[in-house]
Design a protein. Structure first.
Length: 128
């Protein structure tokens, strides 16, 4: 088995569900991405405030402490954070996509189609 080609890109994964988070970390690691994990929006915001600058954020909406909507609202107030592309990954319906459409790169509904997720990451991640 060949090792993945390093993409030199960091993805901030904001997901509270352990199983989904573990599966996505494994997939993204296999694809050569560096993945930083956060279990809620508050934890993710702290990582950004401490200097993390990911090439892309994968964001769940329904989380404890600080949900995805609150997290995105906070990041939109800081130009450096607002410019980071966000892909929403949520089991929430189309209304969530419509409510956030102007503030995210795209919306992917759970359960995720992994090929589509990887395609969208390649499309929207900031260049190295």
């Amino acid at each position: 088995m060949n090792a993945p080609t390093p993409k030199n890109q960091t993805i901030l994964l904001v997901e509270d569900d352990y199983d989904i988070r573990a599966m996505l970390v494994m997939l993204l690691d296999m694809e050569g991405y560096h993945v930083v994990r956060a279990t809620n929006g508050r934890e993710a915001l702290t990582l950004l405030e401490e200097g993390l600058r990911p090439h892309l954020i994968l964001l769940d909406l329904m989380m404890p402490v600080m949900n995805g909507w609150q997290f995105r609202e906070e990041t939109l107030n800081v130009p450096e954070f607002a410019s980071i592309p966000v892909i929403v990954i949520s089991g929430d319906g189309r209304s969530a996509a419509q409510n956030m459409a102007d503030h995210v790169a795209c919306f992917l509904k759970k359960p995720l189609e992994l090929d589509r997720l990887l395609s969208k990451i390649d499309e929207f991640a900031l260049p190295v």
